[in-house]
Design a protein around this ligand. Structure first.
Ligand SMILES: [Zn+2]
Length: 395
């Protein structure tokens, strides 16, 4: 597989996670798959002239992924590594990604001490190189782009770790967390989770939490929250709310996807919807499998519903065996028909064309160029809209 190294990745000098330590002496290394070329995922076909345009767009636009996992899977190979060990960042893969910034989440976000360990460990690793840099402001993201670096914004999929203590939101903000989900699949003290059958919406404590996040300048995400919790959160927030990684339930009738009413409410309030591409998510009824084409069908559906100013990409990809990881962490996706609204599809091992964070945005921009989108619309969709909302939320 040939690697097109974008200029912005040239700052990468070959650093590997924790190389400041001695593997086998200071920690036990775990064999991991390669970040690049693990599976024969195909580039989106474009002409030479189109590829030139793709590279120019990646160079000139502020390119931001609203949700990805840049640690290398499988984490289940050593669960202790996930909880109290060392997540390995896919620096090499990021060096060819074309990204200027990505929103990432420490891998364990259920328990306070595990989250603090995971976040601190990744920050310690980042501190030993200068290619991927933690960012807490838009100015830091823009500076990273100008310096040929990639900015990493730490986020949480859900605010479950705060239990019922509002002040922990301040602590998380202090530690660099700049966006948090409300609830994950299961309910928590803030609101109903996306997999629950009953839907009580945002709790009284959840409303307090949203207000505190607004005051702190921590962005709010409802990707995994229930429908009513999503609507309540959008209404309760004094600033626009993100759906960082989801798709349209009208195309794939799964609880993990968002109904039109939630997508429209998010956009009407000024928010942005990041289109999801993780395995087992943005499928399309009657299409049989998930590829970059089904992902982009969700993009076009949301685009036509709410317009170009309210769309982005939160591919939610990872380096390594994502499907293998999901078999362990999300078994319901494989054995509970309710996870897909009773719809069926052929099993697959990876999402062709958008398999990992190293190729996601390259192929998204290729797809947009190949399908006739203008430079202005592409600039908005691959980061411009996110920056506009962050300008308002992160103050
Ligand atoms: Zn998620």
């Amino acid at each position: 597989m040939s690697i097109t190294r974008s200029a912005k990745g040239s700052r990468y000098k070959g650093y590997r996670s924790y190389q400041y330590l001695e593997a086998g002496v200071d920690y036990q290394p775990v064999a991991l798959p390669p970040e690049v070329g693990r599976v024969p995922s195909k580039p989106v076909a474009v002409s030479a002239a189109q590829e030139e345009r793709v590279q120019r767009l990646l160079r000139d636009c502020l390119v931001i992924s609203l949700h990805d996992h840049t640690a290398i899977y499988p984490l289940h190979a050593a669960d202790a590594r996930n909880r109290f060990g060392r997540a390995v960042t896919g620096y090499e893969g990021l060096s060819i990604s074309g990204l200027d910034a990505f929103f990432d989440t420490p891998n364990n976000f259920w328990k306070w001490d595990e989250l603090i360990h995971g976040l601190g460990m990744r920050l310690a690793d980042l501190a030993h190189q200068d290619f991927v840099v933690p960012a807490r402001t838009l100015a830091e993201i823009r500076a990273a782009k100008a310096n040929g670096q990639i900015a990493c914004v730490f986020t949480l999929e859900a605010a479950t770790v705060i239990e019922n203590e509002l002040d922990r939101l301040d602590v998380l903000y202090g530690l660099g967390i700049r966006l948090s989900g409300i609830s994950y699949s299961m309910s928590n003290a803030l609101g109903t989770g996306g997999r629950e059958i009953g839907d009580g919406g945002l709790t009284a404590f959840g409303r307090q939490a949203v207000k505190r996040m607004n005051k702190l300048g921590m962005a709010v995400d409802v990707s995994h929250a229930s429908d009513q919790t999503s609507l309540d959160t959008i209404a309760a927030s004094s600033v626009p709310v993100f759906i960082t990684h989801a798709g349209a339930r009208s195309l794939w009738n799964a609880p993990r996807m968002k109904p039109d009413a939630v997508i429209v409410a998010c956009a009407e309030r000024g928010g942005v919807i990041g289109v999801e591409a993780a395995p087992m998510t943005t499928l399309v009824t009657d299409q049989g499998t998930q590829t970059i084409d089904t992902v982009m069908q969700h993009f076009e559906y949301v685009l036509h519903l709410v317009g170009i100013d309210h769309i982005a990409f939160g591919p939610d990809t990872s380096f390594g065996d994502h499907v293998g990881q999901l078999r362990v962490s999300h078994p319901h996706l494989f054995n509970d028909p309710r996870a897909h609204g009773g719809l069926t599809f052929e099993p697959f091992d990876y999402v062709d064309g958008i398999e990992n964070p190293g190729e996601g945005f390259l192929n998204i921009v290729r797809w947009l160029v190949a399908h006739g989108y203008s430079d202005g619309d592409i600039a908005k969709a691959i980061g411009g809209n996110i920056a506009r909302v962050l300008e308002e939320v992160w103050t």
